[in-house]
Design a protein around this ligand. Structure first.
Ligand code: ARG
Length: 460
């Protein structure tokens, strides 16, 4: 039976139920590699300060590497009585290297140790997530390029508004994911701060060189205030907040795929391999992947709320409540990563029904704004043109026709500015290709946007 590392002050043994209740090993065991990396750097720092000998530091390092091998190989024993990953590793180290293991925790507390571990974890995780975002963006740009001539109705209020290129629509998501990646990249600055040496809360009386530890672990900065370093979790909250925004973007994309695959829209066919059927209705093909991405966004938003709530009333510095942060952090990171991964795989396999999308873009008076713009080019003030076209639409609706299906004579009843050229002017293609301003949906502008995106992605 293991003796508690903090057992000296206690007369009674910890109740089993308390051990189970307070243990975090099931959650924090995944930090083991970071914990060991941190301990190796710490033992070198202790040696540099003359607190332990170089030989002792080598013994500790060798022992820690051995522990890592055991955990890697799944031969390591876990036990609730040992509370968390930090104590597990230290107690196994003691079995492997003997009394020298007792020196490792000099000038350190689990409070600065756990802060270090999650920062190391997040540094890697953020890098992986940025990579996953880039992969999704690459898939998006490839799909956009492949369908650069496909047109669909653009919507506002989920009502058909104006025709756009499918590529333009997809590139809107490309932009959102670019900003997500930028935000992740930026938060690395605040993650990349080395907390070790803050000890329990007040710093340590041992003369350790914190900059040296930071250097060993590849940190740019050391934390400036020991209480802040062990007490705050804003870098995690920031991460989960950015993850939430990313999930919100993924969820909107998923929502579009869900409605586009419905019989009512019928714009896309989802790949069989990424859909499932119904246990009762044989005809069903459900967009489950997109639905689950949409659903899981709620989980990540929940992680953010839970984390903010967890922290909001905690007095400085460390409080045990903060142990709960890791389950939330891992859930947010895992959920986002899985959703980015599957979205990147799903996207290229979607079949876009171009003629259906095109037909939808030709119906529903999507050229009304362009007719008003036409009247403006003929000298009519825009408000007057808007009113005039409104009347034309009302007339066309009463005849059960589209604007382009009215005769020139019918159109001229509303304004004698209208000439025969109007019919070309109002075709979907011309409407799209007139929107040449930067950021517009003209084929030329979209092709240029694709090129810019490709160039940017090549650099990542
Ligand atoms: N398992 C703890 C956590 O995740 C580690 C820090 C414990 N510190 C303490 N003073 N009990 O927060």
């Amino acid at each position: 039976m293991s003796k508690k590392q903090w057992g000296g002050r206690f007369e009674e043994k910890t109740a089993k139920i308390v051990e189970r209740f307070t243990s975090s090993i099931d959650v924090d065991r995944r930090l083991y590699a970071y914990d060991i990396q941190g301990s190796i750097a710490h033992s070198k720092t202790l040696a540099k300060a003359g607190i332990i000998s170089a030989k002792e530091a080598r013994e500790l390092t060798a022992g820690l590497k051995k522990v890592k091998q055991e955990i890697d190989a799944h031969t390591f024993d876990y036990n609730d009585a040992l509370e968390d990953i930090h104590t597990h590793i230290e107690s196994r180290l003691a079995q492997l290297v003997g009394p020298v293991a007792q020196k490792l925790h000099t000038a350190r507390s689990r409070n600065d140790q756990v802060a270090l571990d999650v920062r190391l974890y997040l540094r890697d995780t953020v890098t992986t997530i940025i990579h996953l975002l880039r992969r999704l963006q690459k898939a998006m740009v490839r799909v956009a390029k492949r369908h650069v001539d496909a047109v669909l109705p653009g919507y506002t209020h989920l009502q058909r508004a104006q025709p756009v290129l499918l590529a333009h629509h997809l590139l809107a998501y490309y932009e959102m994911f670019s900003r997500d990646a930028e935000r992740f990249n930026d938060c690395l600055k605040r993650i990349n701060v080395m907390p070790l040496g803050s000890a329990a809360l007040a710093g340590t009386s041992h003369p350790i060189d914190r900059r040296y530890t930071a250097e060993l672990l590849g940190f740019k900065k050391v934390s400036a205030n020991s209480m802040d370093a062990v007490a705050d979790r804003d870098f995690m909250i920031e991460f989960v907040s950015i993850a939430s925004t990313g999930m919100m973007h993924l969820s909107r994309l998923s929502e579009e795929l869900i409605i586009w695959s419905s019989a009512e829209f019928n714009f896309i066919e989802l790949p069989d391999a990424f859909a499932t059927g119904s246990s009762i209705m044989p005809q069903k093909k459900n967009p489950d992947v997109a639905e689950l991405i949409r659903g899981r966004s709620g989980r990540v938003f929940g992680d953010l709320m839970a984390m903010l709530t967890l922290m909001k009333s905690l007095p400085l510095s460390y409080n045990r409540d903060m142990q709960e942060d890791k389950a939330l952090l891992f859930d947010a990171a895992d959920t986002l990563s899985a959703c980015l991964d599957i979205a990147a795989q799903l996207l290229p396999k979607i079949k876009f029904k171009k003629s259906r999308m095109q037909a939808a873009a030709n119906e529903g008076y999507l050229n009304a704004t362009d007719l008003a713009d036409y009247l403006v080019t003929k000298g009519m003030p825009f408000r007057e043109a808007h009113h005039c076209v409104g009347q034309i639409v009302r007339y066309a609706v009463s005849k059960g026709k589209e604007i382009q299906e009215l005769s020139l004579a019918e159109l001229q009843q509303f304004s004698d500015c209208i000439e025969a050229e109007i019919f070309d002017f109002l075709t979907t293609q011309q409407m799209i290709d007139r929107r040449t301003t930067i950021g517009g949906t003209a084929t030329r502008a979209v092709r240029a946007a694709i090129k810019t995106a490709e160039k940017k992605l090549k650099k990542c």
